[in-house]
Design a protein around this ligand. Structure first.
Ligand code: HEC
Length: 181
C-alpha cells in the first residue's frame, strides 16, 4: 500500500476517534444536566407502570418536560396557591386585576397568549396559540427556554409537582375553568 493510502486510513481513524471522544464529552455534559434516575432501558418492558414510563420518557430525552396530565391529577390547587406567591410580585391574580410588572393572570389558563392589556415582548407575541396545559407547563418550567427573549425575569418552577399544583391553582382563577386534560 502506498504511503498516501496509509495516511488516509490513519486520518480516518483519527477522525473517528475524535468524533467518539467529542460525543462522549457531550454525553457527559447532558448526563450532568439531568442525571438519569433509572437507566431508560430497564423500564421498556411490559411490566413497566405508567409512572415508570413517564419517568423513562423524560429520562430518555434529558431536559424534556414531563407530561402534565398525570401530574395535574396528582396535584392540589391549595398547595398551588402558595407556589403562586412567587408570581404575585409581578402579576395580579384577582378577577378584574390590573397589569403590574407582568399582565394580569385571571383566566389565563386556556386564554390566547399575549392577549391582555400589556406591552408584551415580541418573543411572547410571536408565540401564537393559547395557554393550554402543555404550553403553560413548558413555559413555567423555564420561561427563557420556552420563549427566548421574553421579559419575564423568572427562572421557572423546576419541581414538576409544584408546577402542576400551580397550574391547577391558576386554572381555578376563572369564571369557567378550562376542562382538565
Ligand atoms: C419578575 C416578575 C415576574 C414574575 C416573578 C413572574 N412573572 Fe409572569 N410575566 C412577567 C412579565 C414581564 C411577563 C410578560 C413577558 C413578555 O411580554 O415577554 C409575564 C408573562 C406571563 C405569562 C403570559 C401571559 C399572557 O398574557 O400571555 C404567564 C402565563 C405568566 N407570566 C405566568 C407567571 C406565573 C404563573 C408566575 C409565578 C410562577 C410568574 N409569571 C412570575 C413577569 C413576571
Amino acid at each position: 500500500m502506498s504511503a498516501m493510502g496509509i495516511n488516509k486510513i490513519a486520518g480516518a481513524i483519527l477522525t473517528a476517534l475524535i468524533i467518539i471522544k467529542v460525543s462522549d464529552l457531550a454525553g457527559d455534559a447532558v448526563g450532568q444536566a439531568q442525571p438519569l434516575a433509572n437507566p431508560a432501558y430497564l423500564v421498556e418492558g411490559a411490566a413497566a407502570t405508567p409512572a415508570a414510563k413517564i419517568q423513562a420518557k423524560s429520562a430518555a430525552t434529558p431536559g424534556a418536560i414531563t407530561a402534565i396530565g398525570p401530574l395535574l391529577a396528582a396535584a392540589s390547587a391549595e398547595s398551588g396557591k402558595s407556589v403562586a406567591r412567587k408570581c404575585a410580585t409581578c402579576h395580579s391574580l384577582k378577577k378584574g386585576g390590573k397589569r403590574k410588572v407582568g399582565p394580569a393572570l385571571w383566566g389565563v389558563v386556556g386564554a390566547k397568549k399575549a392577549s391582555r392589556s400589556f406591552r408584551y415582548s415580541s418573543a411572547l407575541k410571536g408565540l401564537g396559540g393559547v395557554w393550554d396545559y402543555a404550553a403553560l407547563n413548558a413555559f413555567l418550567a423555564s420561561p427563557k427556554t420556552f420563549a427566548p427573549g421574553n421579559k419575564m425575569t423568572f427562572t421557572g418552577v423546576k419541581r414538576d409537582s409544584d408546577r402542576a399544583a400551580l397550574i391547577l391553582y391558576l386554572r381555578s382563577l376563572a369564571d369557567s375553568p378550562l376542562p382538565l386534560p
